[in-house]
Design a protein around this ligand. Structure first.
Ligand code: AMP
Length: 283
């Protein structure tokens, strides 16, 4: 595996691969790898000739009061993990490589960014995500890019972006990887002290309760949300949001007839956590 820092180096390697007719897969990440990241690397490894993993803690997607400076960083361990998974290139640029002096462009996707994390973290968040992902697509020009369902709204934003800008890349979404007790894996889980770590399973438990009610035939959105809300309240957790949305358009759903995204965000101890379930139409 090669660790590359510059856009020019990545371009050179990818061009060679492409000329040989090979398929390029990209896994964008902010590092501090866990099994969720690894599941994306494995998908990419199975289906591509060249696997590029980007490791970049993207400053533009963090708000002024968010955790940019404390975000967990361990490039050494990440490189070892990526190498073990057969990744070909770890692209780990510094911020000036991605945002050089004079950088003046921002990509704003409308319609799927105003709600959920867009409302809770502010519009800069998905502008930052859309901008850096567009740049990564321009740098690597992957055939396929891999994202986790953990960040369900991010996937909706990127699918919209790819369609609207006619970007020649296929987007693959991978299921949420969880700890044995159901907590969705996240780089931010390191912020949880033991008491908060124990409490953090409440997000998935709340989603499970709602999903069980849906499976039993309930279609009323309010009732489904209340089932999840009760589980959160029992743990003393007030969510930043707990919402049912159409899985593709992210529009509000009041009756669950089609696939619906049940999404939650909450502060637990020192961490802001997100999680979601897809309530399947067939259920
Ligand atoms: P991050 O480094 O947190 O920006 O995540 C990089 C990619 O890994 C994103 O596409 C995330 O959605 C995905 N990811 C993060 N956590 C998980 C998880 N628990 N299961 C599956 N994918 C994940």
């Amino acid at each position: 595996m090669r660790i590359l820092r510059t856009i020019a180096e990545v371009r050179a390697v990818v061009e060679n691969t492409r000329h040989a007719g090979h398929r390029v897969g990209l896994v964008p990440t902010m590092g501090a790898f866990h099994d969720g990241h690894v599941s994306l690397m494995r998908e990419a490894r199975k289906n591509n000739d060249l696997v590029v993993v980007s490791l970049f803690v993207n400053p533009t997607q963090f708000g002024a009061n968010e955790d940019l400076s404390s975000y967990p960083r361990d490039e050494h361990a990440d490189a070892a993990r990526a190498e073990q998974e057969g990744v070909d290139i770890l692209f780990a640029p510094d911020a000036a490589e991605i945002y050089p002096d004079g950088f003046a462009t921002s990509i704003h996707v409308s319609g799927v960014t105003e709600m959920l994390d867009g409302a809770s973290r502010g519009p800069h968040h998905f502008d930052g995500v859309a901008t850096v992902v567009t740049k990564l697509f321009g740098i690597v020009r992957p055939d396929v890019a891999y994202f986790g369902q953990k960040d369900a709204q991010q996937i909706a934003v990127i699918r919209r972006l790819v369609r609207d800008l006619d970007l020649d890349v296929r987007i693959e979404a991978s299921p949420i990887v969880r700890e044995a007790d159901g907590l969705a894996m996240s780089s931010r889980n390191v912020y949880l002290d033991p008491a908060a770590r124990a409490q953090a399973t409440v997000l998935n438990r709340a989603l499970d309760a709602a999903a069980a009610l849906h499976e039993s035939g309930e279609r009323d959105g309010d009732s489904i949300l209340k089932a999840a809300g009760r589980v959160l309240a029992d743990e003393g957790i007030t969510p930043e949001y707990l919402e049912l949305r159409d899985a593709l358009t992210l529009q509000t759903v009041t009756r669950v007839e089609d696939d619906a995204l049940l999404a939650v965000a909450a502060r637990v101890g020192a961490a802001r956590l997100i999680d979601n379930h897809i309530l399947k139409r067939s259920a």
